[in-house]
Design a protein around this ligand. Sequence first.
Ligand code: NAG
Ligand code: NAG
Ligand code: NAG
Ligand code: NAG
Ligand code: NAG
Length: 484
Amino acid sequence: MRMSLRRGLRLVLAFIMVVFVMLNLHVLYNTPESETTAVVVDKRDSNAAVFPLAQAWGNVGKQGDDGQVPLQDGQVRTTAKLSLIIPSKASNQTSSGLKNSTVPKKTRYNRYINVNDSEALKLEVTRINSEQHVHNLDRFGLSLGSDSLVLVIQTHNRPEHLRMLLDSMRKVKDINNVLLIVSHDVYSHQLNDLVEAVDFCPVMQIFFPFSQQIYSKEFPGEHPNDCPRNTKKAEALRIKCNNAEHPDKYGHYREAKYCQAKHHWIWKLQHVFEEIHFLKDYEGNIMLLEDDYFLSEDILFSTHMLKGLKERDCPDCRMLVLGNYDKNQNYAINGAKAERTFWISSKHNMGMTFNRSLWLEIKRCAKEFCSFDDYNWDWTLQHLSMKCIPEKVRLLVMKASRIFHLGECGMHKKAKNCDPQAKVQEIETKLAQNYKHLYPNMVTVAGDSRIKLRDPKPNGGWGDIRDHNMCLQNFRNASSAHMR
Ligand SMILES: *[C@@H]1O[C@H](CO)[C@@H](O)[C@H](O)[C@H]1NC(C)=O
Ligand SMILES: *[C@@H]1O[C@H](CO)[C@@H](O)[C@H](O)[C@H]1NC(C)=O
Ligand SMILES: *[C@@H]1O[C@H](CO)[C@@H](O)[C@H](O)[C@H]1NC(C)=O
Ligand SMILES: *[C@@H]1O[C@H](CO)[C@@H](O)[C@H](O)[C@H]1NC(C)=O
Ligand SMILES: *[C@@H]1O[C@H](CO)[C@@H](O)[C@H](O)[C@H]1NC(C)=O
């Protein structure tokens, strides 16, 4: 029987209405439960669940297969292009052997190193960076697909802060699925022990090789013949201090302690995206954290929801941002809302989440990044967003923060009634009161920011061409521990 035109139209209409209703019920939206199971491997799945998947990816992780050497503890082998899967060892034999793996652990970091011995430190740091050991692989396994997340903490020398961050991390839902990378610019037993004690996810430590700790009496640390900050140029030229020709745009000479963070920031990105061998083909996101942050337990859940939102409502967004600095956080109203906006350094630098494609954009602007006369990486990045990266960096930011900044007692401000522990207490109370507004099962765009963008005026502190050159070198090459 021939279908009449009217009947056909009616069918089409009915179909559209059904789709409309389903969309409104969020039936078709990504929820964390619908996460690609192909890349999720956890302890409970054990090998039975892993190997069929692994075969789909090309015999991934099947030990001793095709003549390959079985994986050692902590060793990671790159596998299929899209994803890497290291199964955890679920058998009883290895879980009793697990206790014994604390024996080699102790020799992983040199307990007897004299941290004042630059040459020894240089070797130690080079060794650790090239070994690329991942702790806890035996417990959690590791999977790195396009839906995965790698958390990268840049840490200085604040063990009490780092401890609080790690404590908050331990409570985060699904934390065992991420890879945690901790990037240090200070080698200390206390910090190493803290990270070694992480028992909730796979973790790797990396060390910025051009730190002030290692180069304590030479560039990039402070050289005895460096020009004092406030020397006038004429005087500097007369006394022939180092790089007298290159004060910053305000006439000041470099201060090593303020330059380190920007160098470290770029080195760490280069190292993560290009030097860590099993991340070479990684297509998922990384999230940048600092040691004085505190995380809400739904941060990974929220990240996943925000990622789904980006795909639907902001395909040209290049970043997700999980934290904000608003004084008043209203979870009842804003818990499930995001704002769509362009990157502003002072607002969007907490919990930046992006993938390799933005890294490559930044890298293309290496010259701008390294010569912009500002020692703050975030102001520099805003300059890039305005002047170098095509189309400016657009992003989605959570309106109710999933990250809290404890570091009011940070590098610049003087410690005045600064008690991070009290702040943690306050945050935990707030989150507990708002528990029912966490884990939003649907995040929506609550509008576009109208803040006027401008190219930031450089703050100076980055005039020395030695910094420009080292910065360029770090962009190109991270694994080298030698300077020039
Ligand atoms: C581990 O040991 C327990 C008892 O000790 C046993 O019930 C279980 O089947 C063992 N599991 C494996 C994978 O061998
Ligand atoms: C673990 O190490 C202890 C000594 O450190 C040893 O006595 C024990 O047999 C080891 N256990 C296994 C399962 O290797
Ligand atoms: C390292 O140097 C610092 C200060 O320069 C000093 O206080 C410390 O005792 C030294 N440590 C060692 C092990 O020599
Ligand atoms: C990486 O991010 C860009 C946006 O910056 C996006 O277009 C691309 O699809 C992302 N890649 C993957 C594998 O998700
Ligand atoms: C990186 O550094 C090493 C050691 O200094 C050097 O051999 C290598 O050519 C450098 N690679 C690049 C891309 O600059």
